[in-house]
Design a protein around this ligand. Structure first.
Ligand code: AMP
Length: 283
Protein backbone atom coordinates (compact mmCIF):
# COMPACT_ATOMS: atom_id res chain seq x y z
CA UNK A 1 0.00 0.00 0.00
CA UNK A 2 1.39 3.37 -1.01
CA UNK A 3 0.64 6.62 0.79
CA UNK A 4 0.68 9.89 -1.18
CA UNK A 5 0.37 13.37 0.27
CA UNK A 6 0.87 15.39 -2.87
CA UNK A 7 -1.33 15.73 -5.94
CA UNK A 8 1.54 15.48 -8.39
CA UNK A 9 2.72 12.20 -6.83
CA UNK A 10 -0.69 10.53 -6.94
CA UNK A 11 -1.26 11.81 -10.46
CA UNK A 12 2.04 10.30 -11.61
CA UNK A 13 0.99 6.96 -10.11
CA UNK A 14 -2.45 7.16 -11.74
CA UNK A 15 -0.98 8.19 -15.09
CA UNK A 16 1.07 4.98 -15.13
CA UNK A 17 -1.95 2.88 -14.13
CA UNK A 18 -4.08 4.43 -16.90
CA UNK A 19 -1.42 3.61 -19.49
CA UNK A 20 -1.92 -0.02 -18.48
CA UNK A 21 -5.73 0.40 -18.81
CA UNK A 22 -6.32 -0.26 -15.13
CA UNK A 23 -9.80 0.47 -13.77
CA UNK A 24 -9.51 2.80 -10.79
CA UNK A 25 -11.96 2.70 -7.89
CA UNK A 26 -12.04 5.57 -5.41
CA UNK A 27 -13.32 5.71 -1.82
CA UNK A 28 -13.32 9.21 -0.26
CA UNK A 29 -13.38 9.33 3.56
CA UNK A 30 -12.60 11.58 6.49
CA UNK A 31 -10.74 8.83 8.32
CA UNK A 32 -11.49 7.40 11.79
CA UNK A 33 -12.02 4.25 9.79
CA UNK A 34 -14.37 1.43 10.75
CA UNK A 35 -15.68 -1.68 9.02
CA UNK A 36 -18.21 0.37 7.06
CA UNK A 37 -15.37 2.19 5.31
CA UNK A 38 -13.50 -1.07 4.78
CA UNK A 39 -16.57 -2.61 3.14
CA UNK A 40 -16.38 0.12 0.47
CA UNK A 41 -12.78 -0.89 -0.23
CA UNK A 42 -13.79 -4.56 -0.46
CA UNK A 43 -16.56 -3.73 -2.93
CA UNK A 44 -14.29 -1.49 -5.01
CA UNK A 45 -11.58 -4.14 -5.12
CA UNK A 46 -14.04 -6.67 -6.59
CA UNK A 47 -14.94 -4.30 -9.42
CA UNK A 48 -11.68 -2.41 -10.06
CA UNK A 49 -7.98 -3.12 -10.62
CA UNK A 50 -6.70 -0.39 -8.33
CA UNK A 51 -8.38 0.95 -5.19
CA UNK A 52 -7.58 4.39 -3.82
CA UNK A 53 -8.86 5.74 -0.52
CA UNK A 54 -8.57 9.38 0.45
CA UNK A 55 -8.46 10.46 4.07
CA UNK A 56 -9.14 14.16 4.36
CA UNK A 57 -11.12 16.00 7.00
CA UNK A 58 -12.69 18.69 4.88
CA UNK A 59 -13.10 21.90 6.89
CA UNK A 60 -15.59 23.49 4.48
CA UNK A 61 -18.27 20.84 4.99
CA UNK A 62 -18.53 21.41 8.74
CA UNK A 63 -21.15 24.02 9.45
CA UNK A 64 -20.22 23.88 13.12
CA UNK A 65 -16.67 24.63 14.32
CA UNK A 66 -17.06 22.46 17.42
CA UNK A 67 -18.04 19.45 15.28
CA UNK A 68 -14.90 19.99 13.17
CA UNK A 69 -12.69 20.35 16.25
CA UNK A 70 -14.13 17.20 17.82
CA UNK A 71 -13.96 15.08 14.68
CA UNK A 72 -11.73 12.06 15.50
CA UNK A 73 -8.27 12.14 13.93
CA UNK A 74 -6.67 8.69 13.95
CA UNK A 75 -4.41 8.54 10.88
CA UNK A 76 -1.80 6.10 12.25
CA UNK A 77 -4.51 3.68 13.35
CA UNK A 78 -6.34 4.11 10.02
CA UNK A 79 -3.24 3.22 8.00
CA UNK A 80 -2.74 0.14 10.17
CA UNK A 81 -6.36 -0.94 9.62
CA UNK A 82 -6.05 -0.49 5.85
CA UNK A 83 -3.34 -3.16 5.76
CA UNK A 84 -6.11 -5.74 6.33
CA UNK A 85 -7.96 -4.87 3.09
CA UNK A 86 -7.04 -4.67 -0.61
CA UNK A 87 -6.35 -0.94 -0.63
CA UNK A 88 -3.56 0.00 -3.05
CA UNK A 89 -3.18 3.71 -2.40
CA UNK A 90 -4.06 6.12 0.40
CA UNK A 91 -4.21 9.81 -0.44
CA UNK A 92 -3.77 12.08 2.60
CA UNK A 93 -3.47 15.65 1.32
CA UNK A 94 -3.25 18.78 3.46
CA UNK A 95 -5.87 21.53 3.44
CA UNK A 96 -3.43 23.79 1.56
CA UNK A 97 -2.86 21.13 -1.09
CA UNK A 98 -6.61 20.69 -1.67
CA UNK A 99 -7.66 24.33 -1.51
CA UNK A 100 -4.73 26.32 -2.87
CA UNK A 101 -3.49 24.19 -5.73
CA UNK A 102 -4.71 25.71 -9.05
CA UNK A 103 -4.75 22.22 -10.59
CA UNK A 104 -7.83 21.46 -8.51
CA UNK A 105 -9.84 24.60 -9.14
CA UNK A 106 -13.55 23.87 -9.61
CA UNK A 107 -16.57 26.05 -10.31
CA UNK A 108 -19.29 26.05 -7.64
CA UNK A 109 -22.33 23.87 -8.33
CA UNK A 110 -25.96 24.83 -7.80
CA UNK A 111 -27.16 21.91 -5.66
CA UNK A 112 -30.80 22.98 -5.96
CA UNK A 113 -33.62 21.12 -4.23
CA UNK A 114 -31.39 18.65 -2.34
CA UNK A 115 -29.80 21.55 -0.48
CA UNK A 116 -33.18 22.71 0.83
CA UNK A 117 -34.41 19.57 2.63
CA UNK A 118 -33.33 17.22 5.44
CA UNK A 119 -29.54 17.52 5.93
CA UNK A 120 -29.38 20.36 3.39
CA UNK A 121 -31.70 22.65 5.33
CA UNK A 122 -30.33 21.67 8.77
CA UNK A 123 -26.66 22.05 7.86
CA UNK A 124 -26.36 25.19 5.71
CA UNK A 125 -23.28 25.06 3.51
CA UNK A 126 -22.59 21.39 4.27
CA UNK A 127 -23.32 20.03 0.80
CA UNK A 128 -21.60 22.99 -0.89
CA UNK A 129 -18.48 21.89 1.03
CA UNK A 130 -19.05 18.23 0.15
CA UNK A 131 -19.47 18.78 -3.61
CA UNK A 132 -16.51 21.14 -3.67
CA UNK A 133 -14.15 18.63 -2.04
CA UNK A 134 -15.47 15.60 -3.90
CA UNK A 135 -15.05 17.33 -7.26
CA UNK A 136 -11.51 18.38 -6.28
CA UNK A 137 -10.70 14.83 -5.20
CA UNK A 138 -12.13 13.46 -8.44
CA UNK A 139 -9.87 15.88 -10.32
CA UNK A 140 -6.86 14.73 -8.31
CA UNK A 141 -7.58 11.01 -8.66
CA UNK A 142 -9.50 10.71 -12.01
CA UNK A 143 -11.16 7.44 -11.02
CA UNK A 144 -13.44 5.31 -13.20
CA UNK A 145 -15.78 4.67 -10.26
CA UNK A 146 -16.48 6.28 -6.90
CA UNK A 147 -17.82 4.18 -4.00
CA UNK A 148 -20.00 5.88 -1.40
CA UNK A 149 -22.10 4.64 1.50
CA UNK A 150 -25.90 4.79 1.42
CA UNK A 151 -25.63 5.50 5.15
CA UNK A 152 -25.33 9.08 3.86
CA UNK A 153 -28.26 8.63 1.50
CA UNK A 154 -28.74 12.30 0.63
CA UNK A 155 -25.01 12.72 0.04
CA UNK A 156 -25.12 9.97 -2.60
CA UNK A 157 -27.97 11.84 -4.32
CA UNK A 158 -25.97 15.09 -4.18
CA UNK A 159 -22.89 13.46 -5.74
CA UNK A 160 -25.11 11.86 -8.38
CA UNK A 161 -26.34 15.40 -9.19
CA UNK A 162 -22.71 16.63 -9.34
CA UNK A 163 -21.64 13.86 -11.72
CA UNK A 164 -24.67 14.31 -14.00
CA UNK A 165 -24.59 18.12 -14.05
CA UNK A 166 -20.87 18.34 -14.77
CA UNK A 167 -21.01 15.30 -17.07
CA UNK A 168 -18.12 13.61 -15.29
CA UNK A 169 -17.22 10.24 -16.83
CA UNK A 170 -17.42 8.46 -13.48
CA UNK A 171 -19.64 5.64 -12.24
CA UNK A 172 -21.21 6.25 -8.82
CA UNK A 173 -21.70 3.11 -6.73
CA UNK A 174 -23.93 3.39 -3.64
CA UNK A 175 -23.02 0.71 -1.07
CA UNK A 176 -25.19 -0.72 1.70
CA UNK A 177 -24.80 0.34 5.33
CA UNK A 178 -22.77 -1.80 7.73
CA UNK A 179 -24.29 -2.07 11.19
CA UNK A 180 -23.25 -3.17 14.66
CA UNK A 181 -25.00 -6.32 15.98
CA UNK A 182 -27.64 -4.13 17.70
CA UNK A 183 -28.42 -2.35 14.43
CA UNK A 184 -26.49 0.89 15.00
CA UNK A 185 -25.10 2.15 11.70
CA UNK A 186 -21.31 2.21 11.99
CA UNK A 187 -20.07 5.77 12.08
CA UNK A 188 -16.93 7.62 13.12
CA UNK A 189 -19.19 9.73 15.35
CA UNK A 190 -20.17 6.65 17.42
CA UNK A 191 -16.71 6.88 19.04
CA UNK A 192 -18.08 9.83 21.00
CA UNK A 193 -20.93 7.79 22.54
CA UNK A 194 -20.58 6.04 25.90
CA UNK A 195 -20.95 2.23 25.97
CA UNK A 196 -24.52 2.70 27.23
CA UNK A 197 -25.15 5.31 24.50
CA UNK A 198 -24.03 2.85 21.82
CA UNK A 199 -26.57 0.37 23.13
CA UNK A 200 -29.34 2.99 23.28
CA UNK A 201 -28.52 4.13 19.73
CA UNK A 202 -29.76 0.71 18.58
CA UNK A 203 -33.27 2.11 19.11
CA UNK A 204 -32.84 4.16 15.94
CA UNK A 205 -32.62 1.06 13.77
CA UNK A 206 -35.53 -0.47 15.67
CA UNK A 207 -37.64 2.59 14.85
CA UNK A 208 -36.67 2.46 11.15
CA UNK A 209 -37.35 -1.29 10.98
CA UNK A 210 -40.72 -0.81 12.67
CA UNK A 211 -41.63 1.68 9.95
CA UNK A 212 -40.51 -0.72 7.23
CA UNK A 213 -42.50 -3.59 8.75
CA UNK A 214 -45.68 -1.55 9.12
CA UNK A 215 -45.52 0.30 5.81
CA UNK A 216 -48.89 0.21 4.11
CA UNK A 217 -50.95 -0.61 7.18
CA UNK A 218 -50.72 2.78 8.93
CA UNK A 219 -50.38 6.19 7.25
CA UNK A 220 -46.79 7.51 6.83
CA UNK A 221 -47.15 10.41 9.28
CA UNK A 222 -48.88 8.33 11.91
CA UNK A 223 -46.26 5.63 11.58
CA UNK A 224 -43.46 8.15 12.21
CA UNK A 225 -45.25 9.49 15.29
CA UNK A 226 -45.74 5.95 16.62
CA UNK A 227 -42.10 5.00 15.96
CA UNK A 228 -40.85 8.05 17.86
CA UNK A 229 -43.25 7.39 20.73
CA UNK A 230 -42.31 3.72 20.98
CA UNK A 231 -38.56 3.74 20.36
CA UNK A 232 -37.10 7.24 20.53
CA UNK A 233 -38.34 8.99 23.67
CA UNK A 234 -37.02 12.39 24.73
CA UNK A 235 -34.83 12.10 26.76
CA UNK A 236 -32.46 10.49 25.89
CA UNK A 237 -33.19 11.23 22.21
CA UNK A 238 -33.62 14.69 20.74
CA UNK A 239 -35.25 14.36 17.34
CA UNK A 240 -34.30 16.63 14.41
CA UNK A 241 -36.34 14.82 11.78
CA UNK A 242 -37.86 11.48 10.97
CA UNK A 243 -39.36 11.60 7.49
CA UNK A 244 -40.56 9.26 4.79
CA UNK A 245 -39.73 10.47 1.29
CA UNK A 246 -39.54 9.28 -2.30
CA UNK A 247 -36.37 7.23 -2.62
CA UNK A 248 -35.32 8.37 -6.09
CA UNK A 249 -35.15 12.14 -5.49
CA UNK A 250 -35.99 12.67 -1.80
CA UNK A 251 -39.09 14.69 -2.70
CA UNK A 252 -41.84 14.76 -0.08
CA UNK A 253 -45.01 12.68 -0.26
CA UNK A 254 -47.97 14.34 -1.99
CA UNK A 255 -50.38 13.03 0.64
CA UNK A 256 -50.30 11.10 3.90
CA UNK A 257 -51.00 7.87 2.04
CA UNK A 258 -48.94 5.03 0.64
CA UNK A 259 -49.05 4.52 -3.11
CA UNK A 260 -48.41 1.36 -5.11
CA UNK A 261 -45.21 1.03 -7.15
CA UNK A 262 -43.36 3.84 -5.39
CA UNK A 263 -40.01 3.41 -3.68
CA UNK A 264 -39.81 5.08 -0.31
CA UNK A 265 -36.98 5.78 2.11
CA UNK A 266 -37.23 6.79 5.76
CA UNK A 267 -34.51 9.14 7.00
CA UNK A 268 -33.65 10.23 10.50
CA UNK A 269 -31.38 12.69 12.31
CA UNK A 270 -31.40 12.56 16.10
CA UNK A 271 -29.15 13.67 18.94
CA UNK A 272 -27.96 11.30 21.64
CA UNK A 273 -25.44 12.23 24.35
CA UNK A 274 -24.61 15.40 22.40
CA UNK A 275 -23.79 13.42 19.24
CA UNK A 276 -25.78 13.94 16.05
CA UNK A 277 -26.62 10.59 14.47
CA UNK A 278 -28.13 10.04 11.01
CA UNK A 279 -29.49 6.88 9.47
CA UNK A 280 -32.02 5.72 6.90
CA UNK A 281 -33.73 2.64 5.55
CA UNK A 282 -35.17 1.99 2.12
CA UNK A 283 -38.71 0.77 2.54
P1 AMP B 1 -17.00 9.57 6.18
O1 AMP B 1 -15.60 9.25 6.55
O2 AMP B 1 -17.94 9.59 7.32
O3 AMP B 1 -17.10 10.79 5.30
O4 AMP B 1 -17.50 8.37 5.27
C1 AMP B 1 -16.80 7.98 4.13
C2 AMP B 1 -17.65 7.06 3.30
O5 AMP B 1 -17.98 5.90 4.07
C3 AMP B 1 -19.00 7.71 2.91
O6 AMP B 1 -19.30 7.35 1.58
C4 AMP B 1 -19.95 7.08 3.89
O7 AMP B 1 -21.28 7.05 3.42
C5 AMP B 1 -19.37 5.68 4.04
N1 AMP B 1 -19.84 5.06 5.27
C6 AMP B 1 -19.88 5.62 6.51
N2 AMP B 1 -20.42 4.77 7.40
C7 AMP B 1 -20.75 3.65 6.71
C8 AMP B 1 -21.35 2.40 7.06
N3 AMP B 1 -21.74 2.15 8.31
N4 AMP B 1 -21.53 1.47 6.10
C9 AMP B 1 -21.14 1.72 4.82
N5 AMP B 1 -20.56 2.88 4.42
C10 AMP B 1 -20.37 3.83 5.34
Amino acid sequence: MQVFKHILDIQAFIGDAKLLNKKIGFVPTMGALHEGHLSLIERASKECDIVIMSIFINPTQFNNQEDFDKYPRTLAQDLELLKSVPCDVVFTPTVTEMYENPLLEVAPLNIGYLDTVLEGSRRPGHYAGVVMIVEKLLKAVSPDAIYMGLKDYQQVKVIDHLIKTKELPIQLVGCHTLREPNGVAMSSRNMRLSAAGKETAGQIYKALSYIRENKGSISPNELCVMAIHQFLPKPPFEMEYLEIRHAHDLSGLESDQWQEDIDYVVLIAAWLEGVRLIDNLEL
